[in-house]
Write a protein that binds this ligand. Structure first.
Ligand SMILES: C[S@@+](CC[C@H](N)C(=O)[O-])C[C@H]1O[C@@H](n2cnc3c(N)ncnc32)[C@H](O)[C@@H]1O
Length: 219
């Protein structure tokens, strides 16, 4: 994705009270008993995670983004709304294992992740087996990944990646907005609004990781 650099965004990342600095120090302590923890990885400008947090004040929502210039828009939204259950972290998702303890996260949302179409960049796709292994580590028992995209090549790649990594796909549609079950309560992202207004169908899947025994073998 081509990004416009916004002057001053780096400084905002380091000084804004709406961004969680040194998130590693909160590993294992992001939520209180009874709360659930939901992450969006690659939140962009934050429309989705902000709306999710606003609609569900009893649980904790975290937006993760690696680029300051896009994240600035999410910070501006939070300056207005001051949602007490929303945290924003600027980090590359490769570092998730240092930020979340095993089993700490109840669901991971991946929305319109960058496709990285060249084979040599496949490891950077947020649905690559390497990233799925990271999610499997931090998800709680019963936790899931929910993935939406309009890019059918990325969707097909992702189905294969989940299956070959031992995940179970529990729901799948190639036309979310026409699916009465999966579209119930759907929160649109910025990219979803943009692509569906052009007539692109939106695909979605939900997947749960394999169960492992204590000696790390898949059941
Ligand atoms: C195409 S945008 C989609 C934004 C938003 N989720 C939406 O649906 O409108 C993908 C976002 O993921 C971010 N991203 C990609 N790889 C990432 C990574 N490894 N860690 C954190 N963010 C990442 C990109 O910087 C970009 O902002």
């Amino acid at each position: 994705m081509r990004l416009k650099h916004i002057k001053g965004s780096e400084e905002v990342m380091l000084t804004s009270p709406h961004i969680t600095q040194e998130p590693q120090t909160l590993r294992g302590a992001w939520k209180r008993p009874g709360e659930k923890l939901f992450l969006e990885i690659g939140m962009g400008k934050g429309q989705f995670i902000t709306q999710k947090a606003s609609a569900d004040p009893d649980n904790i929502y975290i937006g993760i983004e690696k680029y300051s210039s896009v994240m600035l828009r999410a910070v501006e939204k939070q300056e207005q709304l001051m949602l007490p259950n929303l945290r924003l972290i600027r980090v590359d998702a490769e570092q998730m294992g240092e930020i979340f303890a095993p089993g700490e996260v109840d669901a991971v949302f991946l929305n319109f992740s960058d496709p990285w179409p060249k084979d040599r960049h496949a490891k950077r796709r947020l649905t690559s087996p390497q990233f799925l292994a990271r999610y499997a580590q931090i998800l709680a028992p019963g936790g899931s990944v929910e993935f939406k995209t309009d890019n059918m090549a990325l969707f097909d790649y992702s189905i294969e990646s989940f299956r070959s990594s031992g995940w179970e796909i529990t729901a799948l549609t190639r036309d979310l907005h026409a699916d009465p079950v999966l579209s119930a309560g759907n929160v649109m992202t910025e990219y979803e609004e943009r692509f569906s207004s052009k007539g692109n169908p939106i695909a979605k899947l939900i997947a749960v990781p394999p169960l492992f025994t204590t000696d790390n073998n898949m059941l």
